[in-house]
Ligand binder design. Structure first.
Ligand code: ATP
Length: 274
């Protein structure tokens, strides 16, 4: 599984650039990716040879299910992240790639573009999210399951191409709701517990029905396809052992890359200028 080793080491390197930037050639044409997610907005910067240089992310509630619901809030966050990364790099970020979920209308993907352009970057590439994720994973055949905040997106790849996609409204928010209900705590507190690795063992039995529902969604959508492997991406895939539950429910080999939260953001940067 050489290709996942490659994906894992790329993600590990990007993760390090959250804390400190890497040396880079100031004359290089940098690749930039802006990810407008339901729970985070991020900017990732790579060299023209795909070496991680800088990454910054901020929690955000300005996009829901792929749609921008708070335009000015989104612009503010992208501008803030851009300024912060520029300060660290000592140069201006001029162009970027963005990504939208498959099937996003032209109008909605234009809104994503306007957000980023209002923050001061020219959008040179609009990728679709699974294609971006697969720039990191490099899979030829299999299904990428992106378990995000509001939804779970599925993309079946055959010969390196996306042949089927679906998006269903079950994701990390539903896990948080179950945790909040169980402990009778606010959802924000439940979010913190969910992201705390040391509490994953404790919360897994609580969120099991939601993860099983996600597996059922996968089963429903792959009926017509011969899928050998499932690849998990998206923040909710960070839940410890989620790959074993999905594997158990689907009977399909399930592979989780290192830090699945960063796969799509990095993939978007890899798409820049393509
Ligand atoms: P969507 O795909 O629905 O548009 P998004 O792109 O914002 O959402 P991601 O950023 O991939 O989604 O994932 C966000 C979800 O991942 C949130 O529900 C968040 O609580 C969850 N999450 C983030 N980190 C962790 C973690 N370490 N453990 C468990 N869940 C996590």
């Amino acid at each position: 599984m050489e290709y996942l080793n490659k994906a894992d080491s790329l993600i590990r390197e990007v993760e390090k650039t959250l804390a400190e930037i890497r040396d880079f050639d100031r004359n290089d044409t940098l690749k930039v990716g802006v990810d407008l997610g339901t729970s985070h907005i991020s900017i990732t910067v790579l060299s023209s040879e795909d070496k991680p240089i800088a990454c910054s992310m901020e929690p955000a509630q300005v996009v829901r299910d792929g749609l921008v619901v708070d335009y000015s809030g989104a612009v503010k966050i992208v501008r803030r992240l851009k300024t912060e990364v520029e300060k660290r790099l000592g140069l201006e970020l001029l162009t970027t790639a963005i990504a939208v979920p498959p099937g996003t209308s032209k109008r909605d993907s234009d809104t994503h573009r306007y957000v980023v352009e209002a923050a001061g970057m020219e959008v040179v590439t609009i990728a679709d999210e699974p294609t971006a994720a697969n720039k990191v994973l490099c899979i030829k055949d299999g299904i990428v399951v992106d378990i995000g905040g509001g939804t779970t997106g599925l993309s079946v790849f055959e010969n390196g191409n996306v042949v089927y996609t679906a998006d269903e409204p079950t994701g990390g928010t539903h896990l948080s709701l179950v945790i909040a209900g169980n402990y009778r705590i606010p959802i924000e507190k439940a979010e913190c517990i969910k992201r705390d690795k040391t509490r994953h063992k404790e919360i897994t039995p609580l969120v099991l029905p939601v993860v099983q529902k996600i597996a059922t969604i996968v089963n429903t959508h792959i009926k017509e396809h011969r899928v050998k492997d499932i690849y998990l991406v998206g923040g909710t895939s960070c839940l410890t052992g989620i790959e074993n539950i999905i594997k158990g429910e689907t009977g399909i080999n399930t592979i989780k890359p290192y830090n699945p939260l960063l796969v799509t953001p990095v993939g978007i940067a890899l798409c820049c200028g393509l």
